[in-house]
Design a protein around this ligand. Sequence first.
Ligand code: KG4
Ligand code: ZN
Length: 333
Amino acid sequence: MNILGVETSCDETSAAVVRDGTEILSNVVSSQIDLHRPYGGVVPELASRHHLELIQSVIQQALDAAGTKTEQIDGVAATYGPGLASSLLIGLNAAKGVAFTLNKPFLGINHLEAHLYSPLLSEHNFDALPMVSLIVSGGHTILAHVTNIGRHEILGQTVDDAAGEAFDKVAKLLGLRYPGGPEVDRLAKQGNRAAIAFPRSMLDDPGFNFSFSGLKTSVLYYLKKNPNAVVADVCASFQEAVVDVLVGKTLRAACHTGVRAISASGGVSINSRFRERLAAECPRRNLRLFLASAQLCTDNAAMIASLAYHKLQRGARSDWSLDVAPSIGLRAA
Ligand code: KG4
Ligand code: ZN
């Protein structure tokens, strides 16, 4: 079964063809980072105009790269939320148009739910469930207990800023270019992570929620007091504080739920120190670790097509009237 997936929730225009939920035949991702960089963040109007210009050719490229003709597509899926309303509209409607024209089943997918499984898709391995799955991106920080495909409960999430937002804001304070995460990661390699004792907010709280806005404020105050601080030391110390909390809570969630596998996806999960720490901790605790490849960490249509396959198989279908849901969260299911 070949599923065409479409993703336009933020600043990536993406289309993919995935066979039987695991075999990625194509995954075309057109990033708009360069377009938004001068503004220091995603400008919604620019993003949607760009999606509109690109969507048809990105879908065609995905079909061509997969070597699939339209008649070999068995279903079409698109992200319907969460994300920027004007961006979501472009991909959702383009996908509906394709499904309608081909007379194939159509399914709207929750972007966050798709992120839960992208590390499994990355390793072509869906037999790791149950697992604890961490989503860490520029807009979300969510820890979920996934018991089966389509079945999950939310253990915790951020009460203020997302982890990626903290990386981006701290990078801005340091005068680094957008997006800040990769820059902080790069500079931290030359810094001393024990140089500054930044707070590990909520690390010792009994629950699984996160908070990163206090950490960002601590960095701001530190820089005001120490205008000549070594940038690499600030990056390394800040990053260590974020990673301590993300890794600490994820491992505790694994212990709490009794799962034998953990996974992580979203832009921040590309972070080299985060990966290094998890790679060191998991074997010690006899936990299998699933990390999405860089392309499946960030926003992509392959994860949308993959989850859609599993849901379409079980008979799920969306109505043509399905609208975008910009602020839908990850609901328990
Ligand atoms: O998943 P993503 O591409 O987009 C969404 O937010 O949906 O994540 C982007 C976020 C940005 O905040 C970016 O700074 C962060 O991921 N990021 C990183 C790294 N690479 C990207 N954060 C820390 N270390 C990295 N290496
Ligand atoms: Zn995402």
